[in-house]
Ligand binder design. Structure first.
Ligand code: ATP
Ligand code: MG
Length: 309
């Protein structure tokens, strides 16, 4: 069904919606009225009506337990390369979910992202999805050379593996949000099964400094997380984001670090994994509040070939 066929959407409105990135009935159905208002210049009333019509046409809203189960059955998992880490995650990185890796510098966040953009390309029986990857790089740390090493270790042709990764450099937080909001087309065209945002929070942290801007920042971050959630849901893809930690000066016991982004990021991430460096180049991953998995730890290593046990 084309978006023109929705009651109340004429040619001009359809054009505006498309330009703003709402190209399908599905994309409109899961939008928030305020987003449509802002992005496509619709009046509040029109936005509400258009969204309701899109939802009706898709018969969204209520699902039975069985339907939820059916949808969960289409969920797939991507192997991280470490069976211990996969085990911690219940088999790998899930589609229809956001997985957040947070930890201090050098803890292996970017290395895991590189491994996943390779592994997603593997056939299902080898722990992949047989699909491609979109890498949103905010810190200029995407390294094709590293992908080549990891692809070779997995028996993929390095050039083909690189060809299957779409890299987008994000220059500031607004640009980063825009890249996600406009990702629909590239996801469809390139058969994307994994979206990486490395790092999720660095731009937000530097663009919104000071106490007075905190609520603005959290609001934007919230919208960004929702856009990512929506992509994972509509396209049955995995979203992986990385996050740094900050020191809590008021903290006296235990670990004095906390992930950036506070409740907004915590709430929107389905899986949160805390990474820390350990002895002998080892890394420890700890799973934190998952909806259906026990908390626990796994040990993995980063070597030339990539992520291993
Ligand atoms: P930041 O917060 O700074 O972005 P990060 O968590 O993303 O940090 P990574 O870049 O993933 O950190 O990890 C860097 C570490 O990965 C290096 O310090 C090194 O230990 C390891 N590493 C990187 N490349 C290789 C390689 N080719 N062979 C072995 N280990 C490597
Ligand atoms: Mg990094």
């Amino acid at each position: 069904m084309d978006i023109e066929e929705l009651p109340g959407v004429g040619a001009a409105t359809a054009e505006k919606l498309r330009e703003a990135g709402y190209k399908t009935v599905e994309a409109i159905a899961v939008a928030h009225p305020a987003e449509l208002k802002e992005a496509a210049g619709l009046g509040e009333g029109t936005a509400i009506k258009v969204i309701a019509a899109a939802r009706d046409s898709l018969q969204m809203g209520f699902m039975t337990g069985i339907e939820v189960l059916e949808k969960r059955k289409t969920m797939r998992k991507i192997s991280t390369g470490s069976s211990a880490l996969d085990g911690l995650l219940g088999g790998g990185i899930e589609t229809q979910a956001i997985t957040e890796f947070f930890g201090e510098f050098g803890s292996g966040k970017t290395q895991i992202c590189h491994q996943l953009v390779v592994n997603v390309q593997l056939p299902e029986e080898e722990g992949g999805l047989g699909k491609n990857a979109l890498y949103i790089d905010t810190e200029n740390t995407f390294r094709p050379e590293r992908v080549i090493q990891m692809a070779e270790a997995k028996g993929l042709k390095p050039e083909e593996a690189l060809e299957n990764i779409v890299v987008a450099r994000a220059y500031n937080s607004d640009h980063q949000m825009l890249l996600v909001e406009k990702a629909e087309e590239v996801i469809r065209e390139k058969g994307i099964g994994l979206v990486i945002v490395d790092s999720l929070t660095s731009h937000f942290r530097s663009d919104y400094t000071g106490r007075g801007m905190l609520s603005d920042r959290q609001q934007k971050l919230n919208r960004h997380m929702h856009a990512l959630q929506r992509l994972s849901d509509i396209h049955n893809l995995a979203v992986v984001v990385t996050n740094q930690v900050m020191m809590r000066p008021d903290f006296f016991f235990g670990d004095p670090t906390a992930p950036i982004g506070g409740h907004v990021v915590a709430h929107a991430s389905t899986f949160r994994v805390y990474l820390r460096k350990s002895k002998g180049g080892k890394r420890v991953a700890r799973l934190i509040d998952s909806p259906n998995l026990p908390e626990g730890e796994a040990i993995f290593t980063v070597v030339k070939e990539g992520i291993k046990d």
